[in-house]
Write a protein that binds this ligand. Structure first.
Ligand SMILES: [Zn+2]
Length: 104
């Protein structure tokens, strides 16, 4: 009998997420806000459906709690300050990306 919460599906998802993180250059993935590392998700800064790519500057590694808070815009000022540089880089590069795409 399997322990609750540790089914094969969950393990497969975690492995896939870990592999993505390794490809993106995160060797010890943990939440970029609180440092928790037991469950990690990838959060797009510029959302995928708006054209945000799966590249290091557009992806945050967050724990499930901070992922929800980030997506809903409910992070505290202090929490946002911790990831501010990455947010600025993402928005700067994305603006360039849009400009380049529109001009070519
Ligand atoms: Zn967190």
């Amino acid at each position: 009998m399997q322990k609750r919460g540790y089914g094969p599906k969950e393990v497969r998802i975690q492995t896939r997420t870990r592999d993505k993180l390794l490809k993106l250059g995160y060797y010890r993935p943990c939440c970029e806000i609180c440092g928790w590392f037991r469950a990690i998700e990838l959060a797009h800064i510029v959302e995928a459906h708006k054209g945000g790519p799966m590249l290091w500057w557009n992806v945050l590694t967050l724990c499930p709690n901070h992922h929800v808070l980030f997506d809903k815009g409910l992070l505290t000022d202090e929490e946002e300050k911790g990831i501010e540089d990455k947010l600025k880089t993402a928005h700067g590069l994305f603006a360039e990306f849009i400009k380049y795409s529109c001009e070519s």
